[in-house]
Design a protein around this ligand. Structure first.
Ligand code: DX5
Length: 244
C-alpha cells in the first residue's frame, strides 16, 4: 500500500511582482494562504539576469511571517550564504552547477541554522546530487532553464521528477521535491503525478492578483488530485504484481 501523498505546497516566486511595492505584494500572498515565498536571486553570471540582494529581502521580512526561501541562481554561493539567512530566509537553495564543493556548501547552510536545498537545471542529471541527500531538506528540479519568469514548462522533465521521487524514497529521508518554472493550471498535474510535492509558480499567480486565494487553492486542488490518482495507479500496479 503506497503512503498517501502529502498536502501540496504552493510557493509563489516574487519575480513577476511589482517591485515598487514588494511589501504589499508579499502581504497579499500571505493572505492568499501560500506555504512559503520564493526569492529568485540572480547575479547576471549564473543566469543572464539580475534581480535582488539580501537587503531587499530583509526589508520585507518584518512585514509578513510566512517562511522565505532564497533560490540562489548565483555563481559561488558560498561567498554570501549567511547574508540570506540574516535577511530572514529559513531555506536556502543553491544550484549544484554553481558549487565546486556542494557537500561543503550544503553543510554550511545547515551550519547557519537554515534548511538546505539543492537545485538542478534541466540538463543536469540527478547523479550530481545523489551523494548529498543526507544534507538536504529539499530537492528542486527546474522545469525551465533558469533566469526568467513566464517561460514554457518543460514536460520532458517529468521522467526526471519521477526519478527524483524514487531517489528520495530510497534514501528514506524527509526531503521535499520542488519544481519551478512554467507551473500553472495546465501543467501542475503532470508534475504532481510524477511525484513533486512543492510547486513554485510566478506568472500563473501574479496574473490572477485579483483572485489570488482562489488561484492558490485551485493549484493546490489540482496537484492533490493528480498525486492521489498517481498513488491509486501505483497501488493498482502493486496489487496486480502481488496477484501475479
Ligand atoms: C526562473 C525562476 C522561477 C520563475 C517562475 O529562473 O527560478 O521561479 O520566476 O516563474 P514562472 O512560474 O512564471 O515560470
Amino acid at each position: 500500500m503506497q503512503p498517501s501523498a502529502p498536502r501540496p505546497r504552493i510557493v509563489p516566486s516574487v519575480l513577476p511582482a511589482d517591485f515598487s511595492r514588494l511589501g504589499d505584494e508579499c502581504r497579499a500572498l500571505e493572505q492568499a494562504g501560500v506555504d512559503r515565498i520564493q526569492w529568485d536571486v540572480m547575479d547576471g553570471l549564473f543566469v543572464p539576469n539580475i534581480t535582488m540582494g539580501p537587503d531587499v529581502i530583509a526589508s520585507v521580512r518584518p512585514l509578513v511571517s510566512v517562511e522565505f526561501e532564497a533560490h540562489l541562481m548565483v555563481e559561488e554561493p558560498d561567498r554570501l550564504l549567511s547574508r540570506w539567512v540574516d535577511a530572514g530566509c529559513g531555506l536556502v537553495i543553491v544550484h549544484a552547477e554553481a558549487c565546486r564543493h556542494l557537500h561543503r556548501t550544503l553543510a554550511a547552510v545547515r551550519g547557519l541554522g537554515a534548511r538546505a536545498g539543492v537545485a538542478v537545471n534541466p540538463a543536469t542529471p540527478l547523479c550530481a546530487v545523489e551523494h548529498v541527500l543526507d544534507l538536504v531538506d529539499l530537492l528542486l528540479v527546474m522545469t525551465v532553464n533558469p533566469g526568467f519568469g513566464g517561460q514554457e514548462y518543460l514536460a520532458s522533465m517529468e521522467p526526471k521528477i519521477a526519478e527524483a521521487r524514487d531517489l528520495i524514497a530510497r534514501s528514506g529521508r524527509q526531503i521535499e521535491l520542488e519544481v519551478d518554472g512554467g507551473i500553472g493550471r495546465g501543467t501542475i498535474a503532470g508534475a504532481a503525478r510524477a511525484g513533486a510535492t512543492t510547486f513554485c509558480a510566478g506568472s500563473a499567480l501574479f496574473r490572477e492578483r485579483a483572485r489570488l486565494a482562489e488561484e492558490v487553492a485551485e493549484l493546490r486542488r489540482l496537484a492533490a488530485e493528480a498525486a492521489a490518482e498517481a498513488v491509486r495507479v501505483m497501488d493498482g500496479t502493486c496489487r496486480e504484481e502481488d496477484a501475479a
